[in-house]
Design a protein around this ligand. Structure first.
Ligand code: SF4
Length: 445
């Protein structure tokens, strides 16, 4: 199938044009996006089907589609309101600028009033719950039948436990460049190209798609890729010869490949937590990834607000033990940035803190560093505990250090004492509860 052409200038401008400042231009841009998509019905059909299925609040992509349609309604409400010169607080729009759900539909030639049951409207209360991490994910891992053979690769952890606490943004690069399912399999080559066995080259379409998608992905908190895919795999993929002089028996030349789409995302978004489904079966890697994702979401939410230097001091204070457990040098580096928060521009502080914070948490915390953080926390509590309780905590930390108790044991004891003694500084440490407890990720560390 032919590679998808790059989008025209309007398509790009629609996403960034403020509908209040230039309503006609914004609407024209949106129309250009529609026209641009028209020759590629495959991905559109896929999104229609998935968004229909996602009407259920229990569907893993529900939050993504709900946000998407709410933003669209808001966009059109602002554009039309600005175009007619009315205020956004007009009775025709809701307080957040959205258009209320239509109550009138036209049936045949006769207009009549009917209640339109829009799931997006009735589920709005569910969308106003506290911010959840938003993660991109290879669509096939959520159960979409988009693999080369028309099957899916539904992942139980992602669609089960984790789905209760995050919102998914499904991405299938091969469907989005216009390939259907089933489709011919593709292979990576040593020249960095991705081709079918028959030689059809999809590299340019894939990289153009990645470049188009990356600005949106930058606002997310992580990405789970499907392993071993020449588009989505993060590493260790077989690479095949680019010419007969390399290898002529049809076997891979090496296993150093990285999926074309995944490689582009990784290079453009170095701070974004990325992981593959297979690696998430490892309890240590799973816990680390989920911890980074939730920390990333808290930081995103924090900087999205109207923050002051004292707020950053507070945010940093709650993350100190978590940073210390991962990377003592990163802990000190973030501390230095916060100490100068009053002297520098907020944009510089935000950029530096983001980079240092995410880099520190990207370092995996081993048993030794966890033990160090636990002892630090005990230090804050020691004066409030009698010798017996202090001894209990020390024993739990030692049991964790020598591998006879999981991390959850000393963590539970420390949290119990911090809350019981009302030592807020300790009780509020994110290290003691970095993600929802029912994920039970620290019972295996
Ligand atoms: S691995 Fe990636 S490209 Fe392949 S089916 Fe899954 S989402 Fe689509």
């Amino acid at each position: 199938m032919a590679a998808r052409k790059s989008r025209g200038p309007y398509a790009k401008s629609a996403a960034v044009r403020d509908p209040r400042a230039d309503p006609l231009g914004a609407l024209r841009g949106m129309l250009a996006v529609v026209l641009d998509n028209a020759p590629h019905p495959g991905p559109l059909e896929l999104h229609c089907v998935m968004s229909g299925e996602a009407a259920s609040a229990r569907h893993p992509a529900h939050g993504y589609y709900a946000d998407r349609y709410r933003e669209l309604r808001r966009f059109f409400a602002l554009a039309f309101t600005a175009r007619t010169g009315a205020s956004t607080s007009s009775p025709r729009t809701g307080p957040d600028g959205t258009i209320p759900a239509p109550e009138t539909v036209r049936c045949g030639d006769t207009p009549r009033r009917e209640r339109v049951h829009s799931p997006l409207v009735h589920q709005r209360s569910a969308m106003t719950t506290p911010t959840r991490p938003r993660l991109a994910v290879s669509s096939c891992l959520l159960g979409a039948p988009v693999r080369y053979n028309g099957a899916h690769s539904r992942d139980r952890f992602l669609t089960g436990q984790l789905s209760r606490h995050v919102d998914w943004v499904p991405v299938c690069p091969e469907m989005e460049i216009g390939l259907g399912a089933p489709r011919p399999t593709m292979r990576l080559h040593t020249d960095g190209r991705i081709r079918t066995k028959e030689g059809t080259d999809h590299t340019d379409a894939m990289t153009a798609l990645a470049d188009h998608r990356i600005p949106d992905l930058d606002t997310l908190d992580g990405y789970v890729f499907k392993a071993r895919s020449p588009s989505c795999g993060l590493g260790k993929l077989p690479r095949y010869a680019s010419g007969p002089d390399e290898r002529a028996d049809g076997q891979p030349v090496d296993r150093d490949g990285r999926g074309v789409f995944a490689a582009r995302v990784r290079a453009a978004l170095p701070d974004l937590p990325l992981e593959e489904d297979g690696r998430l079966n490892d309890p240590v890697l799973r816990e680390h990834f989920v911890e980074r994702v939730f920390a990333h979401a808290r930081l995103r939410e924090f900087f999205a607000g109207d923050w002051r230097p004292r707020d950053l001091i507070d945010f940093h204070g709650r993350h100190k033990m978590q940073l210390l457990a991962h990377d003592p040098e990163g802990y000190r580096a973030t501390g230095r940035i916060v100490a100068r928060a009053g002297d520098r521009s907020p944009l510089d502080i935000e950029a530096d803190y983001r980079r240092a914070f995410n880099a520190a948490l990207a370092v995996r915390a081993g048993r030794g560093r966890h033990t160090n953080a636990l002892q630090h926390i005990l230090g804050f509590l020691a004066d409030h505990l009698d010798p017996t309780r202090r001894h209990d905590v020390l024993t739990a930390i030692e049991s964790y250090r020598n591998g006879t108790a999981p991390l959850s044991v000393p963590i539970a004891l420390l949290r119990h004492h911090a809350e019981g003694e009302r030592i807020d500084y300790v009780a509020n440490q994110t290290y003691l509860a970095p993600f929802p407890e029912d994920l039970v990720l620290r019972h295996h560390l």
